[in-house]
Ligand binder design. Structure first.
Ligand code: CA
Length: 237
């Protein structure tokens, strides 16, 4: 199962590190804590995290150096977290290969949303590399990840951005059940009182657009009270 992403948090201030790890855990991720560049390197090598949150002001070396080293042989998404508000630093970090930049003090929701977004972009990228042409195919349904375009038997299915993101997410995990919480966290980056309803409304529209019929073999299967599953792709048989 790929729904517990590993997040490596490299931050020397213990209370901020604890806060970040608790925040990641609370949002369904598995947090790993490191407090220096060296510890970060070791943890990175042994745990192969799915994403790194990196503070720039670290005791042994500058986080920017860590970023450069990691980028030599890894495309792991890296979100830089720093008190430096200077535009020059942001540009430099992004040029060196950071995927995103969050300035301290940060909002928890914003950070979680950015983590979700960076992971989504990364998994789409991995998917495109895995499948020639970056497409998902299942019984007449075709999802073109590059074009964000969905067709059934050659007919375009018009989806909103959110609907497309949900369909793409389910297709990446085709054949596996994704819980409501997993989908909500991946798509919106955070969960609130209205999230489940919001997901259900989107899913009802998606299923209607994909021509779902009771009793038929549908593309998306709803397991009541649990989550949703996309039927397996043709090339996964
Ligand atoms: Ca620091």
């Amino acid at each position: 199962m790929k729904n517990r992403y590993k997040i490596l948090v490299i931050e020397d201030e213990v209370h901020i590190n604890n806060l970040l790890c608790a925040l990641m855990d609370a949002n369904g991720y598995q947090a790993l804590a490191a407090h220096s560049c060296e510890e970060g390197n070791l943890m990175f090598a042994s745990h192969r995290p799915d994403l790194v949150i990196l503070d720039l002001g670290l005791p042994d070396r500058d986080g920017m150096q860590f970023l450069e080293e990691i980028r030599k042989d890894s495309l792991v998404p890296i979100i830089v977290l720093s008190a430096r508000t200077d535009e020059k630093d942001k540009v430099l970090a992004l040029n060196v290969g950071a995927n995103d930049y969050v300035t301290k003090p940060f909002g928890s929701r914003e950070l979680v949303a950015r983590v979700g977004s960076a992971l989504r972009t990364a998994s789409h990228r991995a998917e495109n590399g895995m499948r020639p042409g970056g497409k998902f195919k299942s019984r007449g349904l075709i999802i073109d990840y590059d074009a964000r375009y969905v067709t059934i038997d050659g007919e375009e299915i018009r989806l909103t951005q959110t609907e497309y993101n949900i369909v793409a997410l389910l297709s990446e995990h085709a054949g596996k059940m994704l819980t409501y919480d997993t989908i909500i966290t991946e798509i919106w980056g955070y969960k609130d009182a209205g999230s489940t309803k919001k997901l259900q409304v989107n899913m009802a529209n998606i299923r209607k657009k994909l021509g779902a019929q009771p009793g038929k073999q549908n593309y998306i299967i709803n397991e009541l009270g649990v989550g949703y599953r996309m039927s397996e792709g043709d090339d996964q048989m």
